[in-house]
Design a protein around this ligand. Structure first.
Ligand code: BGP
Length: 489
């Protein structure tokens, strides 16, 4: 029988996570092209405070507006926390907490401004070189997401994003460029951030103008775009193994465990099916083929995908080394008439009376994290990585520049305890990078005031502030957690 650790292994990768478009700023510097996330920024009227959720979904109207008035088109300056210029200070703070790893993403549009160039943009490549060198100074291993909810906007204009198979080879070119360039600096990679969020109306990095889709074709488009991302991910995995022999490259989903509302078998079946639809994503990426349960789902929903004969081989040759998850909440589902049309555990969440909610009504469920880890490990037998988790809250900076975020400490203590239990249950867990380790722009709400960090960044929802960084109480707490390797929570 395999020996199971009694706590966090010595090699455990403690750290924090970010994404390029939520921290970098400097959207027009260093030869960067415009990306889909810049359009999200454009759409966000900071001053009115009114933002639609799922801002990353560019519409054809907005795009046309931009195309007809390109020269004069003004994007808001603020999008991020100026990491592009302040990365030495920020990484020094992460190092002070004792970070072993730092998850960040590379902006595709910094490397290939339109996605179409034959030669990469040297200035963009050099920027990440500097960031990785800064990490290396402190012995911090970068964990790099190749695609975190953004891509060059040109690929939306020209191809309607991931709906087009053309993107597969363009992404492979980008992946090979960054893998080759950073082969001596980056060992840990993730291909796509939360690919299963495509199910939540294609809003993520898919760059699809959904308003152009024929009526009733949304679900089919979602799975077609996902198919192309699967191919791109598999080709990136294959390239990574060729270029970096010791690489660890994973897939990632937003893990939302779906509990059945009652013990009624119909509810139980619905919860099983909802969970399957989320697991579809790691199923393909970890097992290298489409699971059989999707055949009926596609038939029930009149989904016909363009899958080429060579695709099976590509998927099988591109299986990941580990499965990463973001974990924020669980959901509850019940049997419904239209059950076969549902897209996964994101549909119609029902209130779970046993769980408290965050200020943004996300149910707080640390045990759900343990359940998720156990189920995922049972399913794949692969190492797991919790690469996002955390509490979005409205923090207050006191007059003496303190942030007393004991609620965040409580949240994290409980989640980390449950990870430790999962490890004792036999789960192989590689690391934990809490989300937004330094305050950043929230992706779902575009707000600065939805803060996750150990480090407070002085900027408000309208982009005003000095951008000065302050250590919160949780900074000192997490420092202790890492120092004690998770024994002192
Ligand atoms: C995940 C994304 C992150 C992030 C986080 C928190 O889905 O990968 O980019 O922002 O959720 O979400 P929000 O910013 O909406 O609170």
């Amino acid at each position: 029988m395999k020996k199971v650790p009694t706590g966090f292994p010595e090699t455990f990768l403690w750290g924090g996570a970010t994404a390029a478009n939520q921290i970098e700023g400097a959207y027009q510097e260093g030869g960067k092209g415009l990306s889909t996330s810049d359009f999200a920024a454009y759409k966000d009227p900071y001053t009115s405070g009114k933002v639609d959720n799922f801002t990353f979904n560019v519409s054809s109207k907005e795009l046309a507006e931009y195309q007809s008035n390109e020269g004069a088109y003004q994007f808001p300056k603020r999008w991020g926390i100026d990491f592009y210029h302040r990365y030495p200070e920020d990484i020094a703070l992460l190092a002070e907490m004792g970070f072993k790893t730092f998850r960040l993403s590379i902006s595709w549009a910094r490397i290939y401004p339109t996605g179409l160039e034959n030669q990469p943009n040297e200035e963009g490549l050099a920027f990440y070189d500097k960031v990785f060198d800064e990490c290396a100074k402190y012995g911090i291993e970068p964990l790099v997401t190749m695609s975190h909810y953004e891509m060059p906007i040109t690929l939306t204009e020209k191809y309607n994003g991931w709906l087009s198979r053309e993107l597969v080879k363009l992404f492979e070119k980008y992946a090979r460029t960054i893998l080759t360039r950073y082969q001596d600096k980056v060992k840990y990679w993730i291909t796509f951030n939360e690919m299963n969020m495509n199910l939540n109306s294609l809003y993520t990095g898919a760059g699809v103008l959904t308003d152009l889709l024929p009526p009733g074709k949304m679900l089919e488009a979602t799975y077609q775009a996902s198919h192309h991302q699967f191919l791109a991910s598999a080709l990136a995995v294959k390239a990574a193994k060729e270029i970096i022999p010791e690489v660890k490259i994973g897939c990632m989903i937003n893990q939302i465990e779906s509990y059945a509302k009652t013990t009624k078998p119909e509810d139980q079946l619905q919860s099983l099916k909802s969970n399957q639809l989320n697991m579809f994503y790691p199923d393909v990426q970890a097992r290298g083929e489409y699971p059989s349960y999707m055949t009926r789902y596609f038939a029930d929903n009149q989904i016909e995908l363009a899958i080429f004969p060579e695709d099976a081989g590509i998927l099988m040759a591109g299986k990941v080394d580990y499965v990463a998850i973001s974990y924020y909440m669980s959901h509850v589902t019940e049997a419904r008439e239209d059950a076969s049309k549902l897209a996964g555990s994101f549909d119609s969440p029902i209130k779970n009376e046993h769980l408290a909610l965050t200020q943004w009504d996300w149910p707080i469920d640390p045990i759900g994290l343990r359940i998720s880890l156990i189920k995922l490990y049972d399913r794949y037998g692969l190492p797991l990585f919790v690469c996002e988790n955390g509490l979005g809250a409205k923090d207050q900076l006191t007059s003496d520049n303190q942030v007393h975020d004991d609620y965040r400490i409580d949240y994290m203590r409980e989640h980390i305890s449950q990870m430790r239990e999962a490890i004792k249950d036999g789960v192989e867990l590689m690391g934990y990078t809490s989300w937004g380790c330094i305050d950043l722009i929230s992706c779902g709400t575009s707000q600065m005031s939805k803060r996750y960090g150990f480090i407070y960044v002085d900027q408000d929802d309208s982009g005003q502030g000095t951008l000065t960084r302050y250590r919160k109480d949780s900074f000192h707490w997490y420092q202790q957690v890492i120092k004690s390797n998770g024994t002192q929570l």
